[in-house]
Design a protein around this ligand. Structure first.
Ligand code: CO
Length: 202
Protein backbone atom coordinates (compact mmCIF):
# COMPACT_ATOMS: atom_id res chain seq x y z
CA UNK A 1 0.00 0.00 0.00
CA UNK A 2 1.25 3.47 -0.81
CA UNK A 3 2.67 5.41 2.07
CA UNK A 4 0.42 8.17 0.80
CA UNK A 5 -2.74 6.12 1.33
CA UNK A 6 -4.01 8.61 3.86
CA UNK A 7 -3.60 11.47 1.40
CA UNK A 8 -5.45 9.63 -1.39
CA UNK A 9 -8.26 8.83 1.00
CA UNK A 10 -8.47 12.47 2.07
CA UNK A 11 -8.40 13.55 -1.56
CA UNK A 12 -11.39 11.38 -2.49
CA UNK A 13 -13.39 12.68 0.44
CA UNK A 14 -12.44 16.28 -0.38
CA UNK A 15 -13.36 15.93 -4.07
CA UNK A 16 -16.74 14.44 -3.17
CA UNK A 17 -17.40 17.25 -0.70
CA UNK A 18 -16.45 19.92 -3.25
CA UNK A 19 -18.72 18.32 -5.83
CA UNK A 20 -21.64 18.22 -3.42
CA UNK A 21 -21.17 21.91 -2.60
CA UNK A 22 -20.75 22.96 -6.24
CA UNK A 23 -21.70 20.23 -8.75
CA UNK A 24 -20.23 22.11 -11.75
CA UNK A 25 -16.95 23.10 -10.09
CA UNK A 26 -14.66 20.52 -11.67
CA UNK A 27 -16.33 20.83 -15.10
CA UNK A 28 -15.70 24.58 -15.02
CA UNK A 29 -12.15 24.28 -13.73
CA UNK A 30 -11.21 21.63 -16.28
CA UNK A 31 -12.13 24.14 -19.00
CA UNK A 32 -10.12 27.09 -17.75
CA UNK A 33 -8.98 29.14 -14.78
CA UNK A 34 -9.95 32.71 -14.15
CA UNK A 35 -8.35 33.77 -10.88
CA UNK A 36 -8.75 37.34 -9.77
CA UNK A 37 -5.79 37.21 -7.39
CA UNK A 38 -2.08 36.54 -7.60
CA UNK A 39 -0.82 35.58 -4.16
CA UNK A 40 2.89 35.86 -3.41
CA UNK A 41 3.44 34.31 -0.02
CA UNK A 42 5.82 32.41 2.21
CA UNK A 43 6.22 28.65 1.74
CA UNK A 44 5.51 28.20 5.46
CA UNK A 45 3.06 25.32 5.93
CA UNK A 46 1.01 27.42 8.33
CA UNK A 47 0.05 30.03 5.74
CA UNK A 48 -1.82 28.19 2.95
CA UNK A 49 -3.04 30.85 0.53
CA UNK A 50 -6.53 29.65 -0.40
CA UNK A 51 -7.38 28.44 3.07
CA UNK A 52 -6.61 31.63 4.96
CA UNK A 53 -8.92 33.63 2.67
CA UNK A 54 -11.41 30.75 2.40
CA UNK A 55 -11.47 30.65 -1.40
CA UNK A 56 -12.01 27.56 -3.57
CA UNK A 57 -9.78 26.26 -6.39
CA UNK A 58 -9.67 28.51 -9.45
CA UNK A 59 -9.65 31.80 -7.58
CA UNK A 60 -6.04 32.38 -6.50
CA UNK A 61 -2.89 32.00 -8.60
CA UNK A 62 -0.15 31.25 -6.10
CA UNK A 63 3.59 31.69 -5.85
CA UNK A 64 5.25 30.81 -2.57
CA UNK A 65 8.86 30.71 -1.51
CA UNK A 66 10.84 31.23 1.65
CA UNK A 67 9.97 34.64 3.11
CA UNK A 68 7.78 35.78 0.16
CA UNK A 69 10.55 37.38 -1.83
CA UNK A 70 10.41 38.53 -5.45
CA UNK A 71 14.03 38.77 -6.52
CA UNK A 72 14.33 40.74 -9.77
CA UNK A 73 16.43 37.90 -11.21
CA UNK A 74 14.25 35.02 -9.99
CA UNK A 75 12.97 33.48 -13.23
CA UNK A 76 10.38 31.40 -11.45
CA UNK A 77 8.79 34.40 -9.73
CA UNK A 78 9.02 36.54 -12.88
CA UNK A 79 7.42 33.85 -15.02
CA UNK A 80 4.57 33.61 -12.51
CA UNK A 81 4.16 37.38 -12.58
CA UNK A 82 4.16 37.47 -16.37
CA UNK A 83 1.69 34.60 -16.76
CA UNK A 84 -0.63 35.97 -14.07
CA UNK A 85 -0.72 39.43 -15.63
CA UNK A 86 -0.52 38.77 -19.36
CA UNK A 87 -2.50 35.55 -19.64
CA UNK A 88 -4.72 35.32 -16.57
CA UNK A 89 -5.20 39.08 -16.28
CA UNK A 90 -5.38 39.05 -12.50
CA UNK A 91 -6.65 42.27 -10.94
CA UNK A 92 -4.95 42.12 -7.57
CA UNK A 93 -1.44 41.05 -6.57
CA UNK A 94 -1.17 40.28 -2.88
CA UNK A 95 2.25 40.08 -1.26
CA UNK A 96 1.59 38.26 2.00
CA UNK A 97 4.20 38.01 4.73
CA UNK A 98 3.64 36.54 8.14
CA UNK A 99 4.73 37.04 11.72
CA UNK A 100 6.92 34.30 13.11
CA UNK A 101 8.63 33.76 9.72
CA UNK A 102 11.60 31.40 10.02
CA UNK A 103 13.25 32.87 6.93
CA UNK A 104 13.12 36.36 8.40
CA UNK A 105 14.49 35.11 11.74
CA UNK A 106 17.34 33.34 9.94
CA UNK A 107 18.17 36.51 8.02
CA UNK A 108 18.45 38.41 11.30
CA UNK A 109 20.66 35.75 12.87
CA UNK A 110 22.82 35.62 9.76
CA UNK A 111 23.57 31.97 10.38
CA UNK A 112 22.17 30.42 7.19
CA UNK A 113 24.61 28.64 4.88
CA UNK A 114 24.41 27.31 1.33
CA UNK A 115 21.44 28.17 -0.90
CA UNK A 116 19.49 29.62 2.00
CA UNK A 117 22.23 32.10 2.74
CA UNK A 118 22.07 33.34 -0.87
CA UNK A 119 18.31 33.39 -0.89
CA UNK A 120 18.13 35.43 2.32
CA UNK A 121 20.78 37.95 1.32
CA UNK A 122 18.25 40.61 0.32
CA UNK A 123 16.49 40.23 3.67
CA UNK A 124 19.82 40.45 5.46
CA UNK A 125 20.54 43.70 3.57
CA UNK A 126 17.10 45.02 4.48
CA UNK A 127 17.84 44.24 8.13
CA UNK A 128 21.11 46.14 7.92
CA UNK A 129 19.36 49.10 6.26
CA UNK A 130 16.93 49.30 9.20
CA UNK A 131 19.32 48.19 11.89
CA UNK A 132 18.88 51.23 14.16
CA UNK A 133 15.11 50.94 14.25
CA UNK A 134 15.13 47.18 14.60
CA UNK A 135 17.84 46.90 17.24
CA UNK A 136 16.12 49.54 19.35
CA UNK A 137 13.40 46.92 19.87
CA UNK A 138 14.48 44.71 22.81
CA UNK A 139 11.97 41.96 22.03
CA UNK A 140 13.46 39.58 19.46
CA UNK A 141 10.08 38.45 18.22
CA UNK A 142 8.82 42.01 17.71
CA UNK A 143 12.04 42.79 15.87
CA UNK A 144 11.55 39.86 13.51
CA UNK A 145 7.89 40.73 13.02
CA UNK A 146 8.81 44.31 12.10
CA UNK A 147 11.33 42.99 9.56
CA UNK A 148 8.57 40.77 8.13
CA UNK A 149 6.49 43.93 7.60
CA UNK A 150 9.40 45.87 6.08
CA UNK A 151 10.05 42.93 3.76
CA UNK A 152 6.46 42.92 2.50
CA UNK A 153 6.62 46.68 1.86
CA UNK A 154 9.87 46.25 -0.06
CA UNK A 155 8.46 43.41 -2.15
CA UNK A 156 5.30 45.42 -2.93
CA UNK A 157 7.43 48.30 -4.20
CA UNK A 158 9.59 45.89 -6.19
CA UNK A 159 6.57 44.28 -7.86
CA UNK A 160 5.08 47.71 -8.62
CA UNK A 161 8.35 48.70 -10.32
CA UNK A 162 8.55 45.53 -12.36
CA UNK A 163 8.36 46.14 -16.13
CA UNK A 164 5.59 43.53 -16.51
CA UNK A 165 3.40 45.47 -14.09
CA UNK A 166 4.38 48.82 -15.59
CA UNK A 167 3.37 47.65 -19.06
CA UNK A 168 -0.05 46.55 -17.76
CA UNK A 169 -0.58 49.98 -16.22
CA UNK A 170 0.59 51.74 -19.38
CA UNK A 171 -2.15 49.82 -21.22
CA UNK A 172 -4.71 51.20 -18.79
CA UNK A 173 -5.29 47.87 -17.07
CA UNK A 174 -6.78 47.81 -13.58
CA UNK A 175 -4.12 46.13 -11.47
CA UNK A 176 -3.38 46.72 -7.81
CA UNK A 177 -0.48 45.55 -5.67
CA UNK A 178 -1.25 45.06 -1.96
CA UNK A 179 0.92 44.37 1.07
CA UNK A 180 -0.61 42.23 3.82
CA UNK A 181 0.66 40.26 6.78
CA UNK A 182 -0.70 37.14 8.42
CA UNK A 183 -0.69 36.60 12.16
CA UNK A 184 -0.09 32.96 13.09
CA UNK A 185 -1.47 33.60 16.56
CA UNK A 186 -5.04 34.35 15.55
CA UNK A 187 -5.25 33.53 11.83
CA UNK A 188 -5.99 37.13 10.89
CA UNK A 189 -4.69 38.98 7.85
CA UNK A 190 -3.74 42.63 8.28
CA UNK A 191 -3.45 45.28 5.59
CA UNK A 192 -0.06 47.01 5.82
CA UNK A 193 -1.47 50.15 4.20
CA UNK A 194 0.67 50.07 1.08
CA UNK A 195 -1.55 49.67 -1.96
CA UNK A 196 -0.21 50.66 -5.37
CA UNK A 197 -2.42 50.82 -8.43
CA UNK A 198 -0.52 53.18 -10.72
CA UNK A 199 3.12 53.79 -11.63
CA UNK A 200 5.21 55.15 -8.78
CA UNK A 201 7.23 58.23 -9.80
CA UNK A 202 10.95 57.44 -9.69
CO1 CO B 1 7.84 32.44 6.48
Amino acid sequence: MSSLADLFERNRIWAARMRRADPDLFDRLSEDQNPRYLWIGCADSRVPANQVVDLPPGTVFVHRNIANVVHPTDLSALAVLQFAIEKLRVRDIIVCGHYGCGGVAAAIRGTARGPLQHWLRGLRDLYMDHRDELESMPDQQKRANRLSELNVLQQVRGVANNPIVEVAWSEGRALTVHGVIYDLEDGHLHDLGLTISRPVPA
